[in-house]
Design a protein around this ligand. Structure first.
Ligand SMILES: C[S@@+](CC[C@H](N)C(=O)[O-])C[C@H]1O[C@@H](n2cnc3c(N)ncnc32)[C@H](O)[C@@H]1O
Length: 229
């Protein structure tokens, strides 16, 4: 039986709207590590405007989820605590010998949006609902940055949500995002976790690595949902 719990009491009083280390965090973390592995310069300007905390408690359900799951690059950096993406990028970059200049904040205040970065992680909680507010900013960012977006795709919940998703996809079609998608839960997939990569520095080898990482995680989750004893 799967040990996944949707709401983990171990989160305690943390004011979070999701469980750190959910399948989306795992996919996003694995993609970030692959992106870094394919970055050819020695320095990187990384922007994370919704960075959250530096790290999170490692709950039992997250530890269980990570055990044996095919996300070797992300798992390497999980010990007693679960790193945020900003911490993960720093840890994996150090391992690779890269120097990172990180621009971190946890609100979308405008002042430094104009500072160019090479990798932008864009993962507010509510992109699925408020993507129109961000479309122009992201289109512009794609001109000079790699843009990695996390999306909690609620399409399985009904026609209205699916239509919203279709409109979102159509609006970003000119950016030709690469999209990795896994079910939010093996037994009760009420949503999908998606990670998109748009913008600059998208190479063939990177595409191959991201596709394989997404497929591995998808198949692992599908197998967990397909058979239970
Ligand atoms: C999914 S979490 C980001 C996690 C982090 N980037 C990571 O990968 O570890 C979303 C974050 O965005 C922030 N956030 C979401 N919507 C926001 C808003 N409208 N204004 C300010 N911050 C927001 C929340 O505080 C939260 O830390």
């Amino acid at each position: 039986m799967s040990l996944w719990t949707w709401k983990d009491p171990g989160q305690g009083a943390l004011p979070l709207r999701y469980e750190p280390g959910n399948w989306g965090d795992i996919l996003k973390g694995e993609w970030l590590c692959h992106w870094l592995a394919h970055w050819s310069a020695e320095q990187l300007v990384y922007r994370d405007p919704f960075c959250g905390r530096p790290d999170y408690p490692l709950t039992q359900s997250t530890a269980d989820r990570l055990e044996g799951c095919p996300a070797p690059l992300y798992r390497r950096h999980v010990n007693q605590r679960l790193p945020s993406s900003a911490s993960l990028v720093q840890l994996e970059a150090s391992r690779l010998g890269l120097t990172v200049q990180a621009q971190l904040s946890d609100r979308e205040g405008a002042p430094d949006w104009d500072i160019p970065c090479q990798l932008l992680l864009f993962d507010p909680y509510d992109f699925f609902e408020h993507w129109r507010d961000w479309q122009k900013t992201l289109e512009e960012a794609c001109q000079h940055s790699s843009v990695l977006v996390y999306l909690y795709n609620k399409s399985p919940r009904g026609v209205g949500q699916f239509r919203n998703y279709q409109e979102l996809r159509k609006s970003f079609a000119p950016q030709t995002p690469w999209i990795g998608r896994v079910a939010a839960d093996a037994q009760l997939p009420r949503a999908y976790h998606e990670v998109w990569l748009m913008g600059r520095w998208r190479s063939g080898p990177l595409e191959k690595a991201l596709r394989q990482a997404s497929l591995d995680l998808h198949l692992y989750l599908a197998a967990m949902g397909a058979w239970q004893t």
